[in-house]
Design a protein around this ligand. Sequence first.
Ligand code: M6R
Length: 613
Amino acid sequence: MCGIVGYTGKRCSITTLLDGLARLEYRGYDSAGLAVLEDGQLKLVKSVGKVKNLKKNVAATWPNPEKCTASTGIAHTRWATHGEPTEANAHPHLDGSGKFAIVHNGIIDNYLDLRKHLQEQGCVFKSETDSEVLAHLIHQCYEGDLLHAAAAASKKLKGTFGFAVICTDKPEEIAVARRGSPLVIGVGNNETLIASDIAAIAAYTKRVIFLNDDDLALITPDKIDIRNIENVPVSREIAKIDWDVAAAEKNGYEHFMLKEIFEQPEAVANTIRGRFDNKVFTSIMSGLNMSPDELASVKRIVIAACGTSMNAGMVGEYYFEDIAGIPTEVEQAAEFRYRNPIIEDNTMVLAISQSGETADTLAAVREAKNKGGIVAAINNVVGSTIARETGRGIYLHAGPEIGVASTKAFTCQVTALLLMALLFGRNRRLERHEGKNLINDIKNIPELIKQVLARAGEIEKIAKKYAKAENFFFIGRGCLYPTALEGALKLKEISYIHAEGYHAAELKHGPIALLEENVPVLALANDIPGKDKIIANIQECKARKSPVIATATVGDTEISELTDDILWIPHCSSFIAPIPTVVALQLFSYYIAKERGCEIDQPRNLAKSVTVE
Ligand code: M6R
């Protein structure tokens, strides 16, 4: 949610910190700040709003950055949890003496108790945040060793944290700690960086160390000392990341979301690349690390995920049941650990998460591991906490997704689920020729997406017609039911139009009461089994005077005569249909949001990865 970046080296840290924050802004963006050590003093600059506001304040403090000698610093971009987005609540926070500055991600559950205790001892708080207690605690625990102080303070915390601290006594040191919130160290030449997300530091180094929970580290320009919370040195590998910095830039597109929508043919091609066995017509998923016998032993699949990833999981439920004959359920990850789920030895728990950092999905992974299930993940971000903790799974290779509204992650997740269902299916009941046909269908997905993208202009015109609506329904059946949920989620999060996704048959069990001429319905009426039923549902909407926009298979005049507007989708099977259909819905939402003048890449109140419960 929030973003952290830190630098210690031989250069002035400010440009690197601001650049890192700008690359992290998609994680949280209501205020930002930085603290640097310059000539033995802590210098602090904060601002409300985006990083560009912070840049202005920084320029006022350092009119000649080339003369700046602040070679150690930490910075933060905030997504408010405790206290409104104000300068006082923005990070970094200082202790009372002004000797220590901290930045923190996560939530300190026991902060009220700690704060009360610290106040009784004379500490004065300047913010409403939970994080500020950390600065005071570190001060109290400090006896000349910054790492010890960070460890002692960590022991007093309940909840989640990834934090970094600097101290005026230690001009070249940054101490960091993590529990539940990601932190990565970047190993440079005579410089060391830290960040909550590799996006912030990938421009400076490709050599990184991912910290584990309850790891602490003391970094200087040329030394990294990693310990566990009991002060025992631990060794963590240096990983080489394959991160294309240009891929995290807009490359001429007006928004990251639009760029990511248009990247989908390539992203899906990357997800499927090298994953077909064209001799036995199955898929190759070495990351799952399961023998044919182990695959055959899976009797049930439970998918745990949130938001868009959960919608993808719901499409996957159709795949695993129809293609492989494995009973499958989708569980909202936030509920998983609180409802005592039944996980037996032969249950596979599949966590789906683009970021691999979503707190509820991670908690579900841990619960499933405790219960003894086979735990696997579908992730996009390589080296993310969920990927590392599950130890088996599939990477999407979709490239960085920066737009808060998930687009290419969804289409790649659905593709990966289809590949997995093919693997399980061929291991069980799917015939050779059926495997072959499915492979051909999957290989054709990038081409189908391209055909939808070629109609972006048409979709834009239709979107503009409906941009003033304040309520919307999306309806679908079969695999297109979760696709309708995803379409509604896209529209509401970026355009702020109230949009609900429903199973088409469910409308008449209540929501139909809301239909009238100002409430459009977007019906997913592709020419796949169930179309006759959705035609009846469209009639029900028309009878209540709702304008109906439909997705329909190219050339389907039956649907076009019945509805007000059409988003044309190329012909494809019902398993594949969610993918080109959702691309049309993404474009539809995008152009509505653009027409309404919304902040498309960074919608209000949202953050890219939700690392708190
Ligand atoms: O990183 P994850 O896939 O675990 O994220 C889950 C959701 O927070 C995410 O999909 C969210 O719903 C998106 N903003 C939707 O566009």
